[in-house]
Design a protein around this ligand. Structure first.
Ligand code: TRP
Length: 368
């Protein structure tokens, strides 16, 4: 669109609802990438938001759960390597202009488009809301998510596939706003995880998704023993009964996890009879490689990746006040940035009354 704000800067924004501790699915699906992007320095600005307001839209009866998970998610972020000097980490509820933007945008969106949002629809089904008990705020969260993104002029939003409808909704709002009020808001692009395994890690039980309510997660904060125990109970190829039987690596969670985590150095370190993942896979498919061997290796690999994360978490847990301080400072920084956008939006809408000298003069004359 010609009247769209062209943004020369590369600005990234993403976030998570604080409804549980982060698991290794979050790690390979998003967190690891954010840390890489941060350390490569590809972006001019990076924002990572703890979406407590969004979490409250369907947890109104349990604010305690949301509150307790704000610190859990912050600990997960920082221990995984997000660096507050490079990435602004902030809490959604503490950037009040996001509510203001949401308010303006709600006038640009139809109820029927919200009701059609496929992700919201499946979330509603999962939470078993009856039609008459759907919280309005939950139905509208895609609009508040558009506010989150546009408030920071973010043009890259790294999220999972399930969030694609939110990015579409945000861009619809951007186009509508810009065509009605002139070039004001920045459109954004989704950035999906690179490989299939990382898009959606299955649960340890082989179910399609790792989820807290299914109890099939490995958490970033699990200790070594817990990880090993969980890996040893993992679902594998049900047709691979005897070691000699040929095995399937496709749709086999153990191999999916390996493809998301393993690097060549892990073979040298833990399983030197193979050089790389391809060799291991070929042996399993041919037959003669037992599940226990592969699972032990997987536990070693995951623990190797999680060890430095655990060590940082321990340090951070010893000083919780500084973690809150990081969130508070991040939220202040985020407020400053979002305030600039909201001023632009107020001007575009003409609700910037008190700074609009011309308007005040004109009306003074008109009322004389
Ligand atoms: N909806 C996202 C989730 O459930 C969280 C989120 C809120 C978000 N606002 C955002 C993600 C803005 C990206 C950009 O995980």
């Amino acid at each position: 669109m010609e009247n769209e704000k062209t943004n020369e800067k590369r600005i990234m924004l993403t976030g998570d609802r604080p409804t549980g501790k982060l698991h290794i699915g979050h790690y390979v699906g998003s967190l690891r990438r954010r840390v890489e992007l941060q350390n490569q320095g590809d972006f001019d600005e990076m924002y990572v938001m703890i979406a407590d307001t969004q979490a409250l839209t369907d947890n109104a009866g349990n604010p305690q759960k949301v509150r307790d998970n704000v610190i859990e998610v912050a600990l997960d972020y920082l221990s995984a390597g997000l660096d507050p000097t490079k990435t602004t980490i902030f809490v959604q509820s503490h950037v009040p202009v996001l509510f203001e933007l949401t308010g303006y945008y709600l006038g640009l969106v139809t109820l029927s488009s919200l009701e059609r949002n496929p992700t919201v629809k499946s979330e509603l089904a999962m939470r078993q809301f009856q039609d008459s008990s759907i919280p309005a705020g939950f139905l509208c969260y895609p609009v508040s998510q558009a506010a989150d993104i546009t408030a920071f002029d973010a043009n890259i939003v790294p999220v999972g596939e399930d969030q694609a409808p939110m990015i579409e909704q945000a861009n619809e709002i951007v186009h509508k706003f810009n065509s009605l009020y002139g070039d004001t808001l920045t459109p954004c692009k989704i950035m999906l995880p690179e490989n299939e395994a990382c898009k959606r890690l299955p649960g340890i039980d082989g179910k399609a998704k790792m989820s807290k309510s299914l109890g099939n997660c490995i958490y970033l904060s699990d200790d070594r023993k817990t990880v090993s125990k969980k890996v040893m109970t993992m679902f594998t190829d049900p047709t691979h009964l005897k070691i000699e039987d040929p095995g399937h690596t496709e749709n086999n969670p153990v191999f999916i996890y390996l493809s998301a985590f393993v690097q060549d150095y892990h073979f040298e370190k833990y399983l030197p009879q193979y050089h790389n993942f391809e060799e291991l896979k070929a042996h399993y498919e041919r037959g003669g490689l037992g599940d226990v061997t592969v699972k032990r290796f997987l536990a070693d690999v995951i623990n190797d990746v999680l060890d430095p994360i655990r060590a940082r978490r321990k340090e951070l847990e010893a000083d919780i006040p500084s973690v809150y301080k990081i969130l508070q400072e991040g939220s202040l920084k985020a407020q400053e940035k979002a305030h600039e956008t909201v001023m632009r939006v107020r001007r575009a809408l003409g609700v910037n009354y008190f700074e609009n000298r011309k308007l005040i003069e004109k009306q003074s004359k008109a009322f004389k």
